[in-house]
Structures are given as structure tokens and as C-alpha cells.
Design a protein around this ligand. Structure first.
Ligand SMILES: C[S@@+](CC[C@H](N)C(=O)[O-])C[C@H]1O[C@@H](n2cnc3c(N)ncnc32)[C@H](O)[C@@H]1O
Length: 243
């Protein structure tokens, strides 16, 4: 897609993901420097998220997660088309688009904390989400969303770890789903260390059959490149609510 701005990445080595920065020079000469994790600013510039995250940094989380979920539902003899998912940390809708590309026709609902995320999703993927709640997952009233839209799946790419969604908010959201529902998440590498904090302890229990869940798929994959070029690895995890 052609854009009326130029973007350059700060390729300094050794930066944490949360410190990676980019500079946008707009057609009128206006210059904006932002951290990649300043999602509200990134989403405000049409095409910038795709240009930087999907193309330059070759992010594979949404596609890998959608493949893992669809594969698990298929193997269980489920109906992929009928998946009705809550996409948390949905951003401008890349995960929803990957689900649609794999035949999911059921209702998609989104939650994201970034100001402007709903407008960006509507601008970039109009009509994809039946409802889009802007706010922290902790405040999103997930039981209402599940009941209102008959949701059967909780999905989240890149939203767990690095100080994004808390373990408590994630737990409350997943507990709101009925037995038989699917969970599909990507988690940062450190979240797999059971001693690395609340979220990692939660995921460790989940993997051991806790939280009323059975984990059916775990896969390590290359999430994306750092701006300096080194790979970042995440894990994709798919589970089913059994109790
Ligand atoms: C790395 S982006 C991923 C966006 C999208 N899932 C994708 O893969 O393209 C992480 C998203 O999580 C959102 N987020 C972070 N903390 C959150 C929270 N506590 N509740 C809801 N969304 C949150 C951010 O605003 C951001 O849009």
C-alpha cells in the first residue's frame, strides 16, 4: 500500500521490545518519534502497524495463532466456521482478519486498551467486529460480551506478557467462557518460566491442567524480528475449557 509518509526504525541493538522506537516523517514535513508500544500513536497513522510490524518486522503471531486454533478445532471434529471469538488486545484487527481468512464466519468481538484502536479497526477492517470495547480487559465485562454474542473462544496475540494484560484480568476473562470453549493465546518466552511472576504462574497451572482447562497445543515460533534484526520467540498455546 502506498503511504504519504516515510518511516525509519531505530535499529540500535540491545533494546527491550518496549523501548523500540520509530520515526514517521509525514508528507507535510511533520516528524513524529514514537515507541512501537505506544499503540495509540501507531494505530493513528493508517497502515503504519502493518508496514512496521507485519512487513518490516515480519510478525507471525496472528497467523501462527490462527493456524494453531483452527488446527486444534479441526482435530477435535469441531466446526471452524462457527467459532465466535473475543479477540483481546485486538488492535486494528489483524488477528480477526487471519481468522476470517481461515474460514471463521462466526461473530468476532474485540477489546483493546489503546485509545483509537476501535476507530483504527473500523478504518482498516470495516465491519469485522460486531462490538469493539475500548478499555483494559479487566474492565470489559467479559461475562456480558460472552452472553450477548454467544462467544465460544477467547483469542489474544501479543497481549500477554511485557506488562500488557494482567493474570487476574486474563483469568477473569477466561473463567467467563462456558465449558467446551476454546482459548488461543501467544505468550512471551519468559511467561513459560513458572517463577517469572503472576502471569507465568497462571500459564504454568494452565499447562498442568489447572484453571478448568485442557491444553491441546503448545508451539514455540518466531514471533517477529527486533528492529535490530534478531529474532524474538513466543509460544502459541491452545486450550479447551473442561470444567
Ligand atoms: C502487540 S499488540 C497486538 C495487536 C494484535 N493482537 C496483533 O497481533 O496484531 C498488543 C495489543 O494489546 C493491547 N493491550 C495491552 N494491554 C491491554 C490490556 N490490559 N487490555 C486490553 N488490551 C491491551 C494493546 O493496546 C495492543 O493493541
Amino acid at each position: 500500500m502506498a503511504h504519504d509518509y516515510a518511516v525509519t526504525l531505530n535499529r540500535d541493538p540491545g533494546l527491550d521490545q518496549g523501548d523500540e522506537r520509530l520515526t514517521v516523517v509525514h508528507a507535510d514535513g511533520r516528524r513524529e518519534e514514537m515507541r512501537l508500544h505506544e499503540y495509540d500513536r501507531v494505530y493513528a497513522v493508517p497502515g503504519l502497524y502493518e508496514e512496521v510490524v507485519q512487513r518490516e518486522l515480519d510478525c507471525r503471531s496472528p497467523a501462527t495463532l490462527a493456524d494453531a486454533l483452527v488446527g486444534a478445532v479441526d482435530r477435535a471434529g469441531g466446526d471452524v466456521a462457527a467459532i465466535r471469538a473475543l479477540d483481546f488486545g485486538a488492535g486494528n484487527g489483524v488477528v480477526g482478519e487471519e481468522l476470517r481468512a481461515r474460514g471463521v464466519t462466526g461473530t468476532l468481538v474485540a477489546v483493546d486498551a489503546a485509545t483509537g484502536s476501535r476507530e483504527a479497526a473500523e478504518r482498516d477492517r470495516p465491519g469485522q467486529y460486531a462490538e469493539y470495547v475500548v478499555g483494559d480487559l479487566a474492565d470489559a465485562d467479559v461475562p456480558r460480551l460472552v452472553a450477548r454474542h454467544g462467544l465460544t473462544c477467547l483469542v489474544g496475540a501479543g497481549a500477554l506478557g511485557l506488562g500488557h494484560v494482567s493474570a487476574a484480568a486474563f483469568d477473569a476473562a477466561w473463567q467467563a467462557f462456558p465449558v467446551g470453549s476454546w482459548l488461543a493465546i501467544t505468550v512471551t518466552d519468559d511467561v513459560l518460566d513458572p517463577d517469572a511472576g503472576d502471569l507465568s504462574a497462571y500459564v504454568a497451572r494452565l499447562r498442568a491442567g489447572g484453571h478448568g482447562s485442557e491444553v491441546v497445543h503448545v508451539e514455540r515460533f518466531r514471533h517477529r524480528l527486533r528492529m535490530s534484526g534478531e529474532p524474538i520467540h513466543y509460544h502459541a498455546l491452545v486450550a479447551r475449557r473442561v470444567g
